[in-house]
Structure formats: structure tokens, C-alpha cells
Design a protein around this ligand. Structure first.
Ligand SMILES: Cc1cc2nc3c(=O)[nH]c(=O)nc-3n(C[C@H](O)[C@H](O)[C@H](O)COP(=O)(O)OP(=O)(O)OC[C@H]3O[C@@H](n4cnc5c(N)ncnc54)[C@H](O)[C@@H]3O)c2cc1C
Length: 393
């Protein structure tokens, strides 16, 4: 049975498996997801059934190594899965992506004991979460965070507030970025990350209301004298949390790029199909050059975004530092999604503004990808810095 390919353990992943995996997911989307998205989206309802199915597929362990219970998929295959799902509903991918960047922080930087303790539970989706970096006073300037962790015996005591945390309500834990030395210079040397499981002192203070990206929960979290065992300090030594956070974001940016490709594709598909049936002046609007110019630009953006995303994912898989490549893919694909969603709305005319068609959802979902995992302003700066660093004079 094809579904088994997503559940197996102990076998090496072969490139031939990719088509089969995408096929299984494609059939699930067609059968169980497409027709339910509009209602769930409108109600901003968490898609519990779909999450259960994604657990069965193994998607919560997609990029976790097989020895820790994951599927061990290469980032390139993972990106294609994300694109395929995002063509139908981008929110679904946020539920496992935010989780997998938390898992990547543990897998890349955790001690062997931490990997064995957390990764198998992450991989099944039994314990889900996200990175908790952003605070009410800062997102881009992460080194300005104020959440404090103070050592007390075998524990750390944590106080502070995190905001915009994906999976914050439905999830059971977060990778929590804190300050263990508020006076350290440079500031990042005083930053430390913990795996923080829900318990006394870890409170969800509110669910945040959003323009789009509905279904997935975004929350404000308050830590009031929350105690976390020192054994949960990722890597075991203080002062490396900033590095852990930024390291996880490479995969996060590839994911956002892949989501952008999915959304840009969805907009192109909707616009093309509609333009072939909507008639004005006695012919389908796709025969007017003004519409053809839009479709031509949209299709070109889709293809360019896909190639940049594949390139970044391959660089990630080869173990190279790829912040420039992931940044370029994230920047281009998210802007492509935004432009294609806008153009799609124009092709639809008045119907593009109607909540009875999926087009307005694409228009509301797209801007998030220009903000999340580092704003596009910051991506441009990262790209330029790498460009300069790689060109010694
Ligand atoms: C739906 C949603 C889900 C999210 N999920 C998570 C999550 O799971 N975990 C998490 O930790 N965070 C999450 N975030 C937060 C997100 O990562 C931040 O919103 C983002 O990093 C930007 O930070 P900010 O909102 O504080 O904006 P700011 O940092 O205040 O930036 C405001 C503006 O100034 C620009 N800017 C800032 N500094 C510079 C500079 N040095 N040079 C040039 N321009 C600059 C920015 O590009 C932006 O245009 C989420 C956000 C949203 C909306």
C-alpha cells in the first residue's frame, strides 16, 4: 500500500520514493482536504482531523533522521511536499514546519541524550511545538529579547513573554530563546535556548487574531517563574542560543520559500482556469493580451521561485552554509506569491473580492511569507552581506 511509504522506519530514503510520497499526499489533499478548506478557514478552526492524518503520514518527523524515528527526507523532497500542500492550504504546512525548525535546533545542536529524549516524540507528532523567539518588543532584533532564565539548582527559572508563537495553543512545547546573561557583550553570548514543555508557570495568555494564515494557532505565551530542568538546555552550555535559533531558520526559510511557490502556483492555476471560461467582448478573457501579459508574468515567477527553492534545498542537503541561497529563495518566492495573488484577484475582477472564491484567501495568506522567518528587508541585507563576504578584495 502506497501510504506505508510514509510510515516505514529503518530503510534509507531513495529518490524514487519522492514521486510516490507526493502522489500519496496529492490524493489525500484531493479526497479529504480541498473541499473542507473554505469552512475551516472562515471559522479559523484548527484542522484536528488533518493533523491526525499528517501524523500518520509521518510529516511531523519529515526532516528528522530515521535513527530518531523520523522519515529523514532530504530538504529538497520536503520542500516539494510543502509546495504541494500549500497549493491547497498553506496553513497546514505551518503546523509541521514551525515544529520541524524546533526539531532541527535539537537535532543539530542538542546533546545525544536530548536527541534521544525529544526527537522520537517530535517525529510522531505526539509532542508538537515551534520556535519561540519573538517578543512584544522585538522580532527582527532578536538580541534585544528580555525573557530571562536564571539558574536555580537543577532548574532554570524563566520569566518573560513571547508573542506570535505558532502552535502555541495546540502544541505541547517550544524551543524557547532566553537571556541567561543580560549584560553580555556581544549580546548574543548571553542567549540560551531550552526545550520548554507546558507546565506550571507556562501560560497561553491569548490567541492572536490574524488577516490570514487561519486554522493554525498563533499565541502569546507568558512565562511566570516557569521552571525548566537544566537538562533541557539545548547543547548543555549557556550562550549559544542565538546560534541555535539562526541555524534552524535556514530550513525555515526554505519552507517559507516552498510555501510561496505553492501559493504562487495556486494563484496561477486559478487565474488560468478562470480566464478560459470568463468571457468579455465575445471571447474568453484569456484571449485578451492584457490578461495574457499577467499569465505570462505569473507563470515565469512560479518557475523562477521553484528553481531558487530547489537550489537552496540542495545546498542545505549538502551540508553547506546556505543562508544566502535560502534568503534568496525566501525573498523571491514570497514576493512571487504576493504578486501572483494580487494579479489573480485582478483576473477574477469582482469575483476576486468575493469570499465565495478561494482567491481572496490567497491574497490574505501571501503577505505573511514576506514577514515570517525574517522579513524580506532582512533577507536582502543577509544576501548583500554574504555577497560581500564571499567576494574578498
Ligand atoms: C502569523 C505569524 C506567525 C509567526 N510565527 C512565529 C513563531 O512561531 N515564532 C516566533 O518566534 N515568531 C513568529 N512570528 C514573528 C515573526 O517572526 C516576526 O513578526 C518577524 O520576525 C518580524 O518581527 P517584528 O514583527 O517584531 O517586526 P520588527 O522587527 O519590529 O520590524 C518592523 C519593520 O522594520 C524592518 N526592520 C527591522 N530592523 C531592520 C533593519 N535592521 N534593517 C532594515 N529593516 C529593518 C522590518 O523589516 C519590518 O519592515 C510570526 C509572525 C506572524 C505574523
Amino acid at each position: 500500500m502506497a501510504d506505508e511509504i510514509l510510515n516505514r522506519t529503518g530503510e534509507a530514503f531513495s529518490p524514487e520514493d519522492e514521486t510516490q510520497i507526493l502522489d500519496v499526499i496529492g490524493r489525500w489533499l484531493e479526497r479529504d482536504v480541498v473541499d473542507k478548506v473554505m469552512a475551516l478557514e472562515a471559522a479559523d478552526e484548527y484542522p484536528h482531523e488533518m493533523v491526525e492524518r499528517m501524523k500518520e503520514f509521518g510529516l511531523f518527523g519529515a526532516t528528522i533522521a530515521q535513527e530518531y524515528g523520523g522519515l529523514g527526507l532530504p530538504a529538497a523532497t520536503y520542500a516539494k511536499i510543502v509546495t504541494t500542500i500549500s497549493e491547497v492550504w498553506m496553513s497546514l504546512t505551518g503546523i509541521f514546519n514551525s515544529h520541524l525548525i524546533m526539531a532541527a535546533a535539537v537535532e543539530r545542536f542538542g546533546t545525544e541524550e536530548q536527541k534521544r529524549r525529544f526527537l522520537p516524540r517530535f517525529a510522531t507528532g505526539e509532542l508538537r511545538g515551534a520556535l519561540a523567539l519573538t517578543e512584544p518588543n522585538c522580532g527582527t532584533d532578536l538580541q534585544a529579547i528580555r525573557t530571562k532564565a536564571v539558574r536555580d539548582g537543577d532548574d532554570y527559572v524563566i520569566n518573560g513573554t513571547k508573542t506570535w508563537i505558532s502552535n502555541g495553543i495546540e502544541g505541547g512545547c517550544v524551543a524557547l530563546l532566553t537571556k541567561t546573561d543580560a549584560d553580555a557583550e556581544p549580546r548574543h553570548r548571553g542567549m540560551t535556548m531550552f526545550v520548554a514543555e507546558k507546565g506550571p508557570g507556562f501560560t497561553v495568555s491569548r490567541k492572536l487574531k490574524k488577516l490570514g494564515y487561519k486554522g493554525i494557532d498563533s499565541a502569546e505565551l507568558v512565562f511566570g517563574d516557569y521552571r525548566v530542568p537544566a537538562d533541557n538546555l539545548i547543547g548543555g552550555a549557556e550562550g549559544h542560543g542565538f546560534h541555535h535559533a539562526v541555524g534552524g531558520l535556514e530550513l525555515g526559510r526554505i519552507n517559507v520559500a516552498a510555501r510561496g511557490v505553492g501559493l504562487a502556483n495556486a494563484a496561477l492555476k486559478e487565474a488560468t482556469a478562470y480566464s478560459q471560461v470568463r468571457e468579455t467582448m465575445g471571447k474568453p478573457i484569456c484571449q485578451h493580451q492584457a490578461i495574457q501579459l499577467k499569465l505570462g508574468d505569473m507563470a515565469t515567477r512560479c518557475h523562477a521561485a521553484k528553481l531558487l527553492t530547489e537550489f537552496a534545498a540542495k545546498a542545505y542537503d549538502s551540508g553547506e552554509r546556505c543562508d544566502m541561497e535560502a534568503g534568496m529563495a525566501k525573498l523571491y518566492a514570497s514576493e512571487a506569491a504576493l504578486e501572483n495573488a494580487t494579479e489573480c484577484m485582478r483576473v477574477f475582477g469582482g469575483y476576486g473580492y468575493s469570499t465565495e472564491f478561494p482567491v481572496e484567501r490567497l491574497y490574505r495568506d501571501a503577505p505573511l511569507m514576506c514577514i515570517g522567518e525574517g522579513t524580506n528587508e532582512m533577507q536582502r541585507i543577509i544576501i548583500a552581506r554574504q555577497l560581500i563576504a564571499r567576494n574578498p578584495v
